[in-house]
Design a protein around this ligand. Structure first.
Ligand code: SF4
Length: 358
C-alpha cells in the first residue's frame, strides 16, 4: 500500500486506554520514529468540550475522552490514535462504549483530522496484537513486519518496566515518567500512614487527576497508604475474580472484581473505596457484588461516584468521614489487643505519700 500520510506524527488522547497502555504505545511508536503528541491533562474545559458533544447520560470518561480529541485538534494534530479495542483476550470483551469509540468520535467530533483506528479483537481468529499493530502503522506507509515486531518488543519493554515500578509501590505518575525515560527504579514505599486502603476503579478514573479530584494526594495527606489493581499480579487478579464470584467476560469489570476480591481478603487492608463514574452501567452492577463481599468479610467500604459536576467539598467530607472511622476502628483494635496487667493501672502513689508525710 502506498504511503498516505507523509509525517510520522501521531496524537494520543490522554483518556481511556491511555492510562493502562500508554507505556506500550510510547515504546512502540517511538521505536518506529514517530513523534507523539499527547493532549493536555484534563481540565474543566476538556470536560465541558466533551460533554457538549454527547447526551448527559454518557459516562464521564467518554466525555473526557472526547474533550481530549478536541484538544488535539486545537493543537493542529492531524492523525489521532483512537484504537478499536474490542476484545483483549479470547471471549473477554470491553464495554460497548469503549468498543464503539472510533465510531463515536467519527460521528460527533467535527474537524480536519484522520482517525487511526486499528482493531484488536482477540476473540476473532487472526485479529491479534500483530494484526492490530500492522493496521496502526499502515496509513503511514510502514509495512516491514520485522520493524513492527521490533517496535512491539520495545513497547513491551517500556510497559514491563512501568509495571515493575508500579508493583514496587511507586506512584503512577513517577512510574510512568521513569518508564518513558527508559529507567527502572525501585523505590521502597515509605508506607508512612497508619491506614491502608484499596482504591477500586478503572485507570481512567483514578489516574486522571481532574476526574478523581486528586484522590491519591488527598488520601496521602490523611495518612493513608493506597493500593490499586496495578500493584497486583495476573495470578492475584484471577484469584480475586474467583473470590468475588463473577465470570470473566467484561474486561473492565474484571479489573474491579480482581482487585477488590484480592484486597477484601488481604488483612493489611483496612477499608475499600470504590470510585465509579456516573452513567457507568457495568460498574454499578459490579459495585453491588463488591459491596456484598466486603460486608460478608467485615471490611468497611465507601462507594464514591464522580461526574463533571461533583463538588470537591462533599467529596472530601465523605473521604474524611470514612478515613476517620477506619482510624477509630483500628485504634480500638490495637487497644483491645494490648495485654493489660491490672497492676499497671494502680497509680504509684508512694512517692507523693512520702512527700506528704515529710
Ligand atoms: S466501563 Fe463504564 S466508565 Fe468505562 S467506558 Fe464503559 S460505561 Fe464508561
Amino acid at each position: 500500500m502506498s504511503k498516505d500520510i507523509q509525517e510520522l506524527v501521531i496524537g494520543i488522547p490522554r483518556g481511556m486506554s491511555y492510562y493502562g497502555n500508554y507505556p506500550f504505545w510510547y515504546g512502540f511508536f517511538s521505536s518506529l520514529g514517530f513523534k507523539i503528541i499527547l493532549s493536555d491533562p484534563t481540565t474543566k474545559q476538556t470536560m465541558s468540550d466533551g460533554s457538549a458533544l454527547v447526551i448527559t447520560e454518557t459516562c464521564l470518561p467518554i466525555k473526557i475522552y472526547l474533550g481530549h480529541i478536541i484538544n488535539l485538534i486545537n493543537k493542529g494534530v492531524k492523525n489521532i490514535f483512537v484504537p478499536s479495542l474490542q476484545s483483549i483476550a479470547p471471549k473477554i470483551y470491553n464495554c460497548s462504549k469503549i468498543r464503539g469509540l472510533p465510531d463515536l468520535v467519527r460521528n460527533v467530533v467535527k474537524g480536519d483530522f484522520n482517525i487511526i483506528e486499528p482493531t484488536l479483537d482477540k476473540s476473532v481468529k487472526n485479529q491479534g496484537l500483530y494484526t492490530f499493530l500492522k493496521e496502526a502503522v499502515l496509513p503511514f506507509g510502514i509495512t516491514n513486519f520485522d520493524e513492527i515486531k521490533k517496535a512491539s518488543k520495545n513497547g513491551w519493554r517500556v510497559y514491563n518496566n512501568f509495571l515493575v515500578m508500579m508493583r514496587s509501590g511507586m506512584s503512577y505518575k513517577k512510574a510512568l515518567k521513569y518508564a518513558i525515560e527508559g529507567k527502572v527504579l525501585i523505590e521502597t514505599p515509605e508506607n508512612a500512614g497508619m491506614i491502608n486502603v484499596a482504591l477500586i476503579s478503572h485507570g481512567y478514573n483514578i489516574y486522571d487527576e481532574r476526574a478523581c479530584m486528586k484522590i491519591f494526594d488527598k488520601l496521602e495527606h490523611m495518612g493513608v497508604n493506597v493500593y490499586t489493581a496495578l500493584q497486583l499480579t495476573e495470578e492475584q487478579m484471577n484469584e480475586g475474580i474467583t473470590s468475588i464470584g463473577v465470570h470473566k467476560y467484561w474486561a473492565n469489570s474484571d479489573e474491579m472484581a480482581g482487585a477488590s476480591g484480592h484486597y477484601i481478603k488481604d488483612n493489611k487492608i483496612d477499608g475499600i473505596i470504590t470510585l465509579n463514574a456516573f452513567g457507568c452501567g457495568p460498574d454499578s452492577l459490579m459495585i453491588e457484588s463488591i459491596t456484598r463481599k466486603a460486608k460478608e468479610a467485615g471490611k468497611p467500604i465507601l462507594s464514591l461516584t464522580i461526574d463533571e459536576h461533583t463538588g470537591e467539598a462533599g467529596f472530601i467530607t465523605r473521604l474524611e468521614a470514612f478515613i476517620d472511622m477506619l482510624f477509630r476502628k483500628k485504634r480500638l483494635k490495637i487497644v483491645n489487643h494490648i495485654d493489660i496487667n491490672e497492676e499497671d493501672f494502680i497509680p504509684k502513689t508512694n512517692v507523693c505519700e512520702t512527700a506528704l508525710k515529710g
